[in-house]
Design a protein around this ligand. Structure first.
Ligand SMILES: O=C(O)CCC(=O)C(=O)O
Ligand SMILES: [Fe+2]
Length: 523
C-alpha cells in the first residue's frame, strides 16, 4: 500500500472524527454556521460490508424461537468487498487498508492449518481485521476437542452453535431488540418469530391470490426493459447484481423526479408510473401498514409513544416504489440500508415479494453499551454521550420471503440495521415467474424533503441524508453530505489525483435537524 493512500485514508478518518465530534447547530444558530462546508468527504455511511452466508447443518430448537445456525461465509465474489469494510469502519476498533489478498496471506501465516475459505470467513466475520480474525481462530480452535480442521470446514463446523431456549416468543417484544450472537444465522421460520429478533413484520400471504398473480404478471411485463441500474440505486460499495426500476404514483411526481431526485449523484432516467395493480394494492397496503405501525407504537416502543422523528400514526402513505428483479439463484443485493434523503428519519418501508422465494437477511450495525450488552437505539432512554460503546459483530437473521409475502421494515430498520438478499444455492422455480423473484419496496417520500427543499452542496446537487453509525457520542445523529462524495474513489484508480476531487465531491457536511415528526428544521 502506498504511503499516499495511507495518508489519504487517515485524513478521511481524522476529518470525520473531527466533524462527528463537532456540535450540532442548536436551533437559532446562524444558518451560515450550519451550512458551513466542511473539508473532505468521508465515506462514513452505513455501508460496512457485504458478505455471503450459506445455510449449513442447522439446529431446530423446538419451533418457537427460530432456528440458529453458525455462519458460513462463501468466498466467491466477496474478496473485493472487504475494502468496503475497512473504508466504512471509521471510528471502529481497527483500521486497516491492505488488500484482502494481503490480509488473507497474513492470516494464513498466523493460522497455517486453516483452509482459505475459513480464513476468508473469519476475516469477513471480523470486519476485515486480521488481528481479530487470528484471535478468533485461536480461541475457537482451543475450545475444540480436536485440533484438526477438515479441508472444507467453514464457520458452521468450526465454531459450536449456542444453546437457545425455546420460550422466547411468549415474552413482550423487547426494545431495543436483543443482540443476535455473532457467527450465528437465526432462521426465523414463522411470522410470529420475526418481530422478536428484527424490527420488522412479516405477513406470509398478503394480497388476495388473484391480485398477487395479476401483480406478478404485470411486473413480469415490466422487467425485461429494466436497465442495468444495479450499481446506481445503491451505495458505491454495495454489490447488487440484479436489475431494478423506479416507480412513482402519478405523472406529476414522475415529472418532479425527472427534474431533480438524485441517487448517487445522478438523476434516474427510467421513471415509470405505478401499474394498474400497483395502484389497486396501495390502499390495502396503506391501511395494513398504518395498523402495524400503531400496534408497534402501543406494544413495543417506550411508553407506548412513537419514536422521535417518526411520522404521526396513520400518516404513512405510498408515493413511490423500487421494483427489483432477481433472475436466478445467484442474483442478489449486498448489505445496505436504504437512503434516507427523501424518506427522512425513522422511515417505514413495505416490501412485497412475488415469484421465487428468496432469503432476506438483516443484521444490526449499531454498537452495544459496554457492561450491559444492550444495543444502541436512540429513544431507548440511552444517552450516547458519556457511555462506553463497543462495536461487536452481531449475527444475522434470515427470513424466507415467499410469493405474495409482505415484509414491513419498521422505523428502526434503516438507521440501525442493514439488509440484503442473499445469493441462493438453488431455488424452487415459480410456475409463472420461472427463476425470477420480483420485489416491490413501497415508500413514503416526504413533501418536506423534496429536492428543491433540501440543502445543495458546493457541487450544486442535492445532498444525501445519512446517520452516524460508527462514531461514539454522535450515534444516531443525522447529517447532510455531498451526494457526489458517495462516489469517492481511491487514488490508485484516479491516477494523478485530479479526478479524485471530482469523484470525491466537495466534502460538504452539515448536521441535519428534524422535528418530532421527522420533518426537517431549517434555520
Ligand atoms: O429485494 C428485496 O427484498 C430488497 C430490496 C431492497 O433492499 C431495496 O429495494 O432497497
Ligand atoms: Fe434496501
Amino acid at each position: 500500500m502506498s504511503t499516499n493512500r495511507n495518508l489519504a485514508a487517515q485524513k478521511k478518518r481524522n476529518f470525520f472524527e473531527a466533524f462527528a465530534k463537532s456540535k450540532a447547530p442548536a436551533a437559532g444558530e446562524s444558518s451560515a454556521a450550519k451550512k458551513q462546508a466542511l473539508g473532505y468527504a468521508p465515506d462514513i455511511d452505513s455501508t460496512s460490508f457485504q458478505d455471503g452466508v450459506s445455510k449449513k447443518d442447522g439446529k431446530v430448537d423446538g419451533g418457537r424461537s427460530g432456528r440458529w445456525e453458525s455462519e458460513s461465509h462463501q468466498g466467491e465474489g466477496e474478496v473485493d468487498s472487504l475494502a468496503g469494510v475497512v473504508e466504512g469502519g471509521i471510528g471502529g476498533e481497527e483500521q486497516e487498508e491492505e488488500s484482502t489478498d494481503f490480509k488473507l496471506a497474513l492470516l494464513s501465516s498466523l493460522q497455517p492449518s486453516l483452509p482459505p475459505e475459513t480464513l476468508l470467513e473469519l476475516l469477513l466475520t471480523c470486519n476485515g481485521s486480521v488481528s481479530e480474525a487470528a484471535k478468533l481462530a485461536s480461541s475457537s480452535a482451543s475450545k475444540k476437542q480436536s485440533t484438526s480442521i477438515p479441508t472444507q470446514s467453514s464457520l458452521s463446523t468450526f465454531l459450536s452453535p449456542p444453546d437457545v431456549g425455546s420460550s422466547q416468543i411468549s415474552r413482550k417484544i423487547p426494545f431495543p431488540l436483543p443482540t443476535i450472537p455473532k457467527f450465528k444465522t437465526l432462521h426465523l421460520t414463522t411470522p410470529s418469530q420475526v418481530p422478536y429478533y428484527v424490527p420488522a413484520t412479516l405477513h406470509p400471504s398478503f394480497l388476495p391470490s388473484d391480485v398477487a398473480n395479476q401483480l406478478l404478471a404485470e411486473c413480469l411485463g415490466e422487467v425485461p426493459s429494466f436497465g442495468k441500474y444495479e450499481f446506481r440505486l445503491f451505495e458505491r460499495n454495495v454489490s447488487s447484481p440484479h436489475t431494478a426500476s423506479f416507480f412513482v404514483k402519478d405523472e406529476e411526481m414522475a415529472a418532479q423526479h425527472r427534474r431533480g431526485y438524485m441517487y448517487n449523484g445522478s438523476v434516474l432516467d427510467d421513471i415509470r408510473t405505478f401499474t394498474p395493480t400497483m395502484r389497486k394494492v396501495v390502499p390495502l397496503l396503506e391501511s395494513f401498514v398504518n395498523d402495524q405501525i400503531s400496534d408497534r407504537i402501543s406494544n413495543v416502543y417506550p411508553d407506548g409513544q412513537k419514536l422521535k422523528h417518526m411520522l404521526p400514526p396513520g400518516k404513512w402513505h405510498i408515493t413511490s416504489a423500487f421494483m427489483n428483479c432477481y433472475d436466478g439463484a445467484k442474483q442478489s443485493v449486498g448489505w445496505h440500508s436504504d437512503q434516507l434523503t427523501y424518506l427522512g428519519p425513522r422511515t417505514v418501508i413495505a416490501s412485497i415479494s412475488l415469484g421465487v422465494e428468496r432469503e432476506f437477511r438483516l443484521r444490526r450495525v449499531a454498537p452495544v453499551v459496554v457492561d450491559t450488552d444492550v444495543p444502541f437505539e436512540p429513544d431507548s432512554e440511552q444517552e450516547a454521550e458519556g457511555k462506553e460503546w463497543k462495536w461487536q459483530t452481531e449475527g444475522q437473521a434470515s427470513v424466507h420471503l415467499p410469493h405474495n409475502s409482505l415484509f414491513i421494515m419498521h422505523a428502526e430498520c434503516q438507521e440501525s440495521w442493514k439488509h440484503s438478499i442473499h445469493p441462493a444455492n438453488n431455488i424452487q422455480p415459480h410456475p409463472v415467474a420461472g427463476g425470477k423473484r420480483i420485489n416491490i419496496t413501497f415508500r413514503c417520500y416526504r413533501e418536506s424533503l423534496r429536492p428543491d427543499k433540501i440543502p445543495k452542496c458546493k457541487c450544486g446537487v442535492g445532498c444525501v441524508l445519512k446517520t452516524v453509525q460508527r462514531v461514539k457520542d454522535r450515534m444516531g445523529w443525522y447529517f447532510w453530505g455531498c451526494q457526489v462524495g458517495n462516489q469517492w474513489k481511491d487514488e490508485e484508480e484516479d491516477g494523478d489525483g485530479k479526478d479524485r476531487k471530482k469523484e470525491g465531491g466537495c466534502g460538504y457536511l452539515v448536521w441535519a435537524k428534524f422535528d418530532d415528526d421527522g420533518d426537517p428544521v431549517w434555520e
